[in-house]
Write a protein that binds this ligand. Structure first.
Ligand SMILES: [Fe+2]
Length: 289
């Protein structure tokens, strides 16, 4: 099978060192090993990788993301496309082929990091747009390394060593969803450090998001206040890139160093069909020494 010519590949930064767009590559075909290596390196360094204008059937989506690591299934199995257990689809298209006025997952509207409720959270998520609304339905990404590095010395010192409880069941309840008992049993609450080392770069990052529920050892009110303060800091516009989807876009983000959220769109009028694969993490988050 034909492979992509390596010399076509080029990268364009998105905003500072946060995010990069790969151009001159067709990711629906098997990647040349050199291209795959360059894309992995760019992704590791920039934490957000965008490839536009791709015609990416589900099998090719799975194959492309396997170049970055092993894929994992999601515990919320109601979102699986039956023929692809590794693909999680979010769609507002009803059986008649028209928008059904139902948002497929209101949990995505809150700032979060995917799968921080796992002991070893997902390393990355790759989202592909088959159909995108003409207005809204964007995805916003927060640069958690940039947010950490912009903190004052006293805050950095205070946050290092703090731990956060993450719990999918509670974040689903807050978004208005009830998990089955079998699903809840699979994902007990888990603790992670608030400040962690980003493995590819060695830089420090903040690990938070809507699955985070409380700080270990802080009274509930103080915990809530600190949570909001840090979330507000991390989501200031200076740390955020907002992706306006066009059909054929693939965006891959590093869950070890980003948060994201979707923006609202008119679910009764505008079609939005996106699907994602999730790449397993290799190790639990590690606090700096
Ligand atoms: Fe997400």
């Amino acid at each position: 099978m034909a492979t992509v010519l390596r010399e076509k590949l080029a990268f364009r930064p998105l905003r500072g060192d946060f995010g990069v767009e790969a151009m001159g590559v067709d990711i629906s075909r098997p990647l040349d090993p050199g291209v795959a290596r360059e894309m992995r390196e760019a992704f590791g360094r920039h934490r957000l990788l965008i490839v536009r204008g791709q015609d990416l059937p589900p099998d090719a989506h799975v194959d492309f993301t396997r170049a970055f690591g092993e894929l994992e299934e999601h515990v919320l199995n109601e979102y699986h496309k039956l023929q692809h257990p590794l693909i999680f689809e979010l769609s507002n298209i009803g059986p008649d082929g028209k928008p059904n006025a139902v948002h497929p997952d209101r949990g995505t509207l809150f700032w979060h990091t995917d799968a921080t409720w796992r002991r070893i959270p997902a390393m990355a998520t790759a989202l592909y747009a088959e159909r995108a609304p003409s207005q809204g339905g964007h995805t916003m990404f927060a640069d958690m390394i940039g947010a950490y590095e912009a903190l004052g010395k006293a805050e950095k010192e205070r946050y290092r060593g703090m731990r956060v409880v993450h719990d999918l069941n509670i974040s689903r309840l807050k978004a208005g969803y009830q998990m089955t008992q079998a699903q809840i049993d699979q994902v007990p609450p888990i603790e992670h450090p608030l400040v962690a080392v980003h493995p590819p770069t060695g830089r420090l990052t903040l690990l938070l998001g809507s699955h985070g529920q409380e700080f270990v050892g802080l009274p509930p009110l103080e915990s809530r206040g600190l949570f909001e303060r840090i979330m507000n800091h991390c989501t200031e516009p200076r740390f955020v890139y907002e992706h306006v989807w066009k059909p054929g876009d693939l965006v891959m983000w590093d869950n070890r160093a980003t948060m994201h959220r979707a923006t609202e769109y008119d679910v009764a009028l505008e079609p939005r069909v996106v699907r994602r694969t999730v790449i397993k993490g290799e190790a639990a988050p590690v606090a700096p020494a």
